[in-house]
Write a protein that binds this ligand. Structure first.
Ligand SMILES: Nc1nc2c(ncn2[C@@H]2O[C@H](COP(=O)(O)OP(=O)(O)OP(=O)(O)O)[C@@H](O)[C@H]2O)c(=O)[nH]1
Ligand SMILES: [Mg+2]
Length: 289
């Protein structure tokens, strides 16, 4: 595979998602865009700007517990410099997510709220919609804000239901169905980022290439973590390092050759489960020219 491949891995979904989003976006005042704190650029859908137009947006970097805090702080600063409101959250661990989301939305919509109040409106309710690529934490945010598990009946075809609004506070409400944006990537590096963090299915890219990308990044940036986790001496050579991990973990087949399928799965699971510690796969100083 060359480095500039247009990986059209699910174009049908993309078209459908865009149509659905265009319909829903009309119902809201603003958008809460969730991105993955580990890959704040690769988890963007480039169509979003087109879909949301000039509506205000709050950027939430999710899974902050799985990224390195100092890197996440730099990304937040970067997005603020670009004129966005941005916060980082651990959507399953942080307290008071409801208040945090509510107050951020009110800050973003302050001018509009003031304007409407001046015109005599006593009660202004801001409506927001949660959007983001698959697996980024949309449902988790909605559930945690609503403090209950919402039925997922919307996923089944043929069931029409009324649009539901979840009250975040007296002044803010969320649309209870999130907008799914399919990640689009034209370069393999973005694809690898999406694969290591679990945003795309494992069969989209060759697993061996995903592991080579991951191990090469880890050798360069987190050598000690590999040493500690796998009890190996880390070689600068990617294949040698993978072989050493396989030997250390007993990923050997009956004929004494290395069981690559098993060792690849093991490495990927460790990365995604935070067993190698929090990892920021996109580092601002390296990924922004
Ligand atoms: N550690 C950690 N896990 C999270 C966080 N947010 C979400 N998750 C986990 O990530 C997985 C995906 O979360 P969902 O809320 O289902 O993601 P989604 O965006 O609704 O995904 P789709 O419905 O597939 O589009 C779940 O296992 C969550 O528990 C977070 O901030 N930290
Ligand atoms: Mg969901």
């Amino acid at each position: 595979m060359n480095n500039k491949t247009n990986i059209n891995w699910y174009p049908g979904h993309m078209t459908k998602a865009k149509r659905e989003m265009n319909e829903k976006i009309r119902l809201v005042d603003m958008v809460i865009e969730i991105r993955d704190a580990r890959i704040p650029l690769s988890s963007i859908n480039p169509l979003l700007d087109e879909i949301i137009g000039s509506k205000p947006r709050l950027i939430v970097l999710s899974k902050a517990d799985k990224a390195e805090k100092e890197e996440t702080d730099k990304w937040i600063e970067y997005f603020k410099e670009q004129g966005y409101q941005a916060i980082a959250l651990n959507l399953i661990g942080d307290r008071n997510i409801t208040n945090t989301i509510s107050s951020c939305c009110l800050t973003i919509m302050k001018d509009k709220i003031d304007r409407l109040k001046k015109r005599g409106l006593k009660r202004v309710e801001i409506k927001a919609m949660v959007v983001g690529i698959p697996n980024v934490g949309k449902s988790t945010l909605i559930n945690s804000v609503s403090k209950r598990k919402l039925a997922r009946t919307a996923d089944k075809p043929g069931i029409t239901r009324a649009l539901q609004w979840i009250k975040v506070s007296d002044e803010v409400a969320l649309l209870d169905t999130p907008g799914v944006l399919w990640p689009k990537f034209e370069d393999l590096r973005t694809g690898f980022m999406l694969a290591v963090t679990g945003a795309i299915r494992d069969d989209v890219l060759p697993l061996q290439s995903v592991i080579e990308f991951a191990i090469s990044f880890l050798i360069e940036n987190h050598k000690n973590r590999l040493v500690r986790r796998y009890d190996i001496e880390v070689s600068e050579d990617i294949f040698e390092t993978v072989n050493r991990i396989a030997l250390s973990r007993g990923c050997i087949q009956q004929d004494k050759t290395i069981d690559y399928k098993r060792v690849y799965a093991l490495i990927l699971k460790d990365i995604r489960d935070n067993q190698l510690g929090p990892i920021s796969w996109e580092i601002i100083d390296a990924d922004i020219e």
